[in-house]
Design a protein around this ligand. Structure first.
Ligand SMILES: [Zn+2]
Length: 275
């Protein structure tokens, strides 16, 4: 569930606290994290003494870069949480990794109830290669004509699936795709290539507006998402269609919000306002 705004919020919270800090210890507490390491992975104990040079986001991924060759690639998937806390706080069974730092009275914890998330200990060069091979452009970095070009290039895909495809455009998931399509007045089942230039502009503007507002409000907490200090986001209060099946559409006020499986994912939309 954490999408671009949630990953961005976590990065913005961690960066000022951890940049320049040296790792005292880094440990995996759960065997499933070992199983998710690629064959080329480094051992967590090789991060001891390394200094964090930067923390950044690409799509829904969070990346730590260290002095030297080490990097850390983090995907929170459905229920992952990455936050700083007092080391005296009890460690529960859903906490799968810990990182401590020299001269910092807080530790970093990775907690994940459903265990779909991962931390991959890789060389920075490998992370960069992986990210550029697997992810399309950033929705807040792409220009409108490039956006239109991608709609045409992958025109046979339904627009809902198009927005969710990380190779086409990176960082958008189920919540924000529904909110963007509603604001743009576009039905989620439309083929991406069928959008007129005017509709494409509307969607481009809605995409940027929704993501920027969600970052400003520190993400959406609909299930387990918390920011790097353990606080919930606020954007869920601004959701207009996501999770609102049967409720009256906030725009036309005459029709109930529908829920339909599209590309295997639940989509929420107004059949009147979104054509
Ligand atoms: Zn409506």
């Amino acid at each position: 569930m954490p999408e671009l705004p949630e990953a961005e919020t976590i990065v913005r919270g961690l960066r000022p606290e951890l940049t320049g800090k040296r790792v005292k210890d880094f440990v995996f507490l759960s065997p499933h994290l070992w199983r998710k390491q690629p064959a080329s992975a480094l051992r967590p104990d090789s991060y001891r003494g390394k200094r964090i040079e930067d923390i950044w986001r690409r799509g829904k991924l969070i990346v730590f870069s260290f002095n030297g060759q080490e990097g850390l690639l983090i995907h929170l998937k459905m229920t992952g949480q990455l936050y700083l806390t007092d080391p005296n706080q009890p460690v529960d069974k859903h906490t799968h990794a810990l990182m401590t730092f020299s001269g910092l009275g807080k530790e970093l914890r990775f907690r994940d109830i459903r265990k779909f998330g991962f931390l991959n200990c890789l060389k920075m060069a490998e992370i960069k290669e992986k990210v550029s091979a697997e992810l399309g452009p950033e929705p807040l970095g792409i220009k409108s004509d490039e956006f239109y070009g991608l709609l045409k290039q992958y025109g046979k895909k339904r627009i809902k699936g198009w927005l969710l495809d990380q190779k086409i455009i990176a960082g958008i998931g189920n919540i924000y795709s529904d909110e963007m399509l509603f604001r743009a007045g576009i039905n989620p089942e439309r083929p991406a290539g069928s959008l007129s230039p005017e509709e494409a502009r509307k969607l481009y503007r809605a995409m940027r507006a929704v993501l920027k507002k969600a970052i400003e409000l520190k993400g959406s907490s609909v299930s387990d998402y918390i920011d790097s200090s353990g606080k919930k986001g606020e954007f869920q209060k601004w959701h207009r269609v996501y999770g609102k099946e049967g409720q009256l559409c906030p725009r036309c006020q005459t029709t109930g919000i529908k829920r339909k499986k599209i590309n295997g994912r639940s989509s929420f939309f107004c059949p009147v306002c979104q054509s």
